[in-house]
Design a protein around this ligand. Structure first.
Ligand code: GUN
Ligand code: ZN
Length: 432
């Protein structure tokens, strides 16, 4: 058993459902007790310290705030090397930058080195759980899960399915995609803290046969995820219409192949009609809101109020390499502005919710992660109020927790992450 002493903040519920005051718990001088990789207890240091068994180590952090590890509900590990690539929107960006980069993952050594860098970068930014695209190559999934399991991280990933409209070197076929997915599911799904996601890239790159088989996999193994893209870009949507003229809208393609439901996560969902929003909500599907990507690729503005109004579970995603930062604090910075442009306000506690418990709920993992309730995985982050001169200066003016939290989300990034813990173990400590 060990203990961490600092200010502690975590979400208990969606502020939208219970009001802001009831949505979080805060201990100005708090103590977080960890045992066997789980949260054992959380509370005021003054009341918990005298109850500690003799010999328990207490680590104190000053000018720091402990929050749950961030949850990234949509990211591509093979796209790290194309982050910040100039001048294109989605379809041209895929052809010009992304597909060639993904092609290199045919080499397992390349995949392993990239997986290592990727996981280090996630942890450096305080993200402890992510829903991750690999590439079409099964060895890219093995490399990712091997590296994630060395660190005992809770991660979800899967082999990309794409059997048309992609370069030869990145195509599987309906049967091989199904068989390879099956092998990977049996090897990795439910092993330690790992989960498998059936991952058709998006409707245009899968034949009807492949989508049919994706649906079959979901029914063959309990607890699998479905991870894909939806309605991100206008040209993409027109293309889906051409390829599937018999379907009433984009989401209906996935619906037809029975790909909606609990643990189905659709990235973007920007240009949706009411019927699509309704079906996402009633099916228990989730949408990943990826603001840095949506701005960078010029895709459009995500309408959070509308999706939530339809009861859709929404998580926050970075979508690296379409997105421009691994930092969920930076995702929140851009999310705030995306919503401002639509006359919506992103309250700082709601922002924290989206990056933690909301993401966990979108992934149906809120019994395991998302906040610091006793019994949950001890995945947490120590944020540094003095990370930069500007942040320190701004926070000195702040008169409330709300104001501090807001400034952290607008000004913070990887520099604000002092230390990251997964299953109670330190997995990243910032230098200096
Ligand atoms: N749609 C299909 N593939 C991709 C991808 O790799 N990134 C993004 N942002 N959208 C996609
Ligand atoms: Zn994506």
């Amino acid at each position: 058993m060990h203990a961490h002493r600092a200010a502690l903040l975590h979400c208990l519920a969606d502020p939208r459902e219970v009001g802001i005051e009831q949505s979080y718990q805060y201990f100005e001088d708090g103590l977080l007790l960890v045992e066997d990789g789980k949260v054992a207890q959380i509370g005021d240091a003054a009341s918990l310290l005298p109850t500690l068994p003799a010999g328990v180590e207490v680590v104190e952090y000053h000018d720091a705030l402990i929050v749950p590890g961030f949850v990234d509900t949509h990211i591509h590990y093979p796209q790290v090397d194309v982050i910040a690539s100039y001048g294109t929107q989605l379809l041209e960006w895929l052809e010009t930058y992304t597909f060639p980069a993904e092609g290199r993952f045919v080499d397992p050594e390349h995949a392993r080195a990239q997986a290592r860098f990727f996981l280090e970068e996630l942890l450096r930014n305080g993200t402890t759980t992510a829903l991750v695209f690999a590439t079409v190559h099964p060895q890219s999934v093995d490399a990712f899960f091997e590296e994630a399991s060395r660190l005992d991280l809770r991660m979800i990933a899967g082999k990309v399915l794409m059997d048309r409209n992609a370069p030869d070197y990145l195509r599987d076929d309906a049967a091989s995609g199904y068989d390879e997915s099956k092998t990977l599911i049996e090897r990795w799904h439910g092993k330690g803290r790992l989960h498998y996601a059936v991952t058709p890239r998006f409707a245009p790159t899968s034949t009807p046969e492949q989508l049919e088989l994706a649906g079959r996999l979901l029914r063959e193994y309990p607890g699998l995820y479905l991870h894909t893209h939806l309605s991100e870009n206008r040209a993409e949507i027109d293309w889906v219409k051409e390829l599937f003229p018999e379907r009433k809208h984009y989401l209906d393609v996935y619906d037809h192949y029975r790909l909606l439901g609990a643990r189905s996560v659709f990235a973007h969902g920007i240009h949706l009609c009411d019927d699509e929003c309704r079906r996402l909500g009633e099916s228990g599907s989730a949408v990943a809101f990826c603001p840095t990507s949506n701005l960078f690729l010029g895709s459009g503005l995500f309408d959070l109020a509308r999706l939530e109004g339809h009861g859709v579970r929404v998580g926050l995603g970075t979508d690296v390499g379409g997105g421009t930062s691994f930092s969920q604090l930076q995702s929140l910075n851009e999310a705030y502005k995306v919503l401002q442009l639509q006359g919506q306000q992103l309250d700082p506690f709601k922002a924290l919710y989206l990056a933690t418990l909301g993401g966990a709920r979108a992934l149906y993992l809120d019994e395991q992660i998302g906040n610091l309730q006793p019994g949950k995985d001890a995945d947490f982050v120590v944020l540094d109020y003095r990370a930069t001169p500007l942040l320190a200066r701004r926070l000195k003016q702040a008169r409330s927790l709300e104001e501090k939290l807001f400034a952290l989300t607008i000004l913070g990034d990887d520099r604000a992450v002092k230390e990251t813990f997964a299953a109670g173990r330190s997995v990243h400590r910032r230098e200096s």
